[in-house]
Design a protein around this ligand. Sequence first.
Ligand SMILES: CC(=O)SCCNC(=O)CCNC(=O)[C@H](O)C(C)(C)COP(=O)(O)OP(=O)(O)OC[C@H]1O[C@@H](n2cnc3c(N)ncnc32)[C@H](O)[C@@H]1OP(=O)(O)O
Ligand SMILES: CC(C)C(=O)C(=O)O
Length: 582
Amino acid sequence: MRGGSAVNSNRSPAHRYLPAAGVALPDRAWPARQLTAAPRWLSTDLRDGNQSLVRPMSPERKLVMFRLLVEMGYKEIEVGFPVASQDDHDFVRLLIEQDLIPDDVRIAVLVQARDELLRQTVESLAGAPRATIHIYNATAPLFRSTVFGMSRDECRDLAVRGTRLMMKYADRTLAGCDLSFQYSPEMFNETELEFSLDVCEAVMDVWEPGPGRPIILNFPTTVERTTPNVFADQIEWMDRNLSRREHVCLSVHPHNDRGTGVATAELAQLAGAQRVEGCLFGNGERAGNVCLVTLGLNLLTQGIDPGIDFGDINKVRRTVEYCNEIPVHPRHPYGGDLVYTAFSGSHQDAINKGFAARAVAVAAAGEDDVPWQIPYLPLDPADVGRTFESVVRINSQSGKGGVAYTMSSRFGLHLPRELQVEFAGRVQRVAEAEGGELGPARLFDLFHESYVSRQLLSAPIAAHRTVPTELYVDGGGFAIGAARADAVQAVTSTLGLWGIDVRALHRTGIDVAPDAADIQVAVYAACQIRGECWWGVGIDAEPARAAYAAVCAAVRRAQIARPTPQRIPAPPLGRLRALPAG
Ligand SMILES: CC(=O)SCCNC(=O)CCNC(=O)[C@H](O)C(C)(C)COP(=O)(O)OP(=O)(O)OC[C@H]1O[C@@H](n2cnc3c(N)ncnc32)[C@H](O)[C@@H]1OP(=O)(O)O
Ligand SMILES: CC(C)C(=O)C(=O)O
């Protein structure tokens, strides 16, 4: 930001910031590990996410979010900070009183380590079948000195007293509740490790975790301050040093201030974290909480079941946008509008080839036995309910691969390579002239106006004694079957009668309209006319007519582009109709 500092316009403001300290852990083990299973997830959309919104969610919006989280499979849901507002309190009561919490879901609530607030929070859970009470207090030096004005001992005592008070109120109020307890040293990542450990041990001494009585110790990067490896070291250090480790669920709560919340959560799991707290699409304080969608789908793309249903990502996104009143960025991993889309030519080419290779492999081995390996697409869009329609989109950055992909995936038109090249050139010129995207319908119209002639030759055409022609018949696998070769042969000889020399015939497979009632065949004709190649395309239910129309279109294009005074009459249609139908 040289030159832009409000402090001194001639000097970088870098000197105003302190680097974070590393952790002395030379024998760190996490770098050599790999993720092999999903962690326990906690969604804090309704708490940390909610507390950061311009307009916190009403109970109605909270319920929409809660239902989404349940549907997706989240089993631990932090539903609010009951003493923060009437809405937060009422929502907790609504869930309990209307029996809206499924048997396998545990709600959690957050509260500060303050007497009156603890009492009210515990009371808000009366009647809950199971719940987690989550207490926090900041432990970092800056907070001890600036916010609380407390010594280390006083800070530890705050946590201890809070835990005691919570247990006292719970004993009174939550008799039938399967209660679990979570403690977070807020600002853990900026707290001396020995002191975090000291506070956690003191809290555990009060709660007394043991068999059947676990504790959740949750370590946040309340404000993300370092590269993720430093946090991983901190977590591995805690993992090694905590007592009663087998009764501790080691949880992390990454924020995203440096944009590395996901990496922080992933490395923390390598370092021993068993549980991760976050929000869908990374809502949350400042730059957000870690994104649960990204974490879950990152696991899926490594062959690990996240245990969460992301099968309709658009619905998840719509619901989150509705509840948070914040749009999800079009580039947001896995859920953004544009994240399965390639505009650029070389990407499209590779995707197109990838799909073609996959189709061959799947035909041989079956869908389930061919691993997903498509260039530029780390996840099969179908696995999150996205269609392939948006995979390739066309603008001036696109190339023949993208054009070919769109024509084949959207319209069943499998253009021969040379035609792809030529048509892509046209598309490029139009895209440059118009400046934006050419949608599939526009692409089809352009193709049609350029190459396809609905009319057979009714007007005179140029008299070219020889028109060596290549025909590519697009229509295999459907009813035309064996008759196709005859039909094309018939066109060949008929055109020969009219002075058009069809020298070579090529066929490519596949349908135009896979609707059985309307089977169409596309024929691509490359005609050499006076030393130039002219493409024409015919689409018809009868291969013979399609082939004929393709040649007519090519000859017509040549005639329009290079008019010649010599003309021959159009061949009579009646003769064509007498040809064997395909
Ligand atoms: C990192 C996180 O996301 S933590 C969660 C943060 N979420 C929220 O704060 C949303 C909900 N909070 C609220 O609605 C309010 O802050 C309330 C209702 C909890 C408390 O409101 P109030 O008492 O009016 O005021 P306020 O929040 O300013 O209180 C700050 C006081 O609490 C103390 N405090 C702050 N955090 C804690 C804590 N975790 N434990 C104990 N005391 C705390 C402060 O030191 C301060 O004390 P002081 O008044 O003696 O200086
Ligand atoms: C309460 C804690 C876990 C928190 O939200 C944070 O530190 O970000």
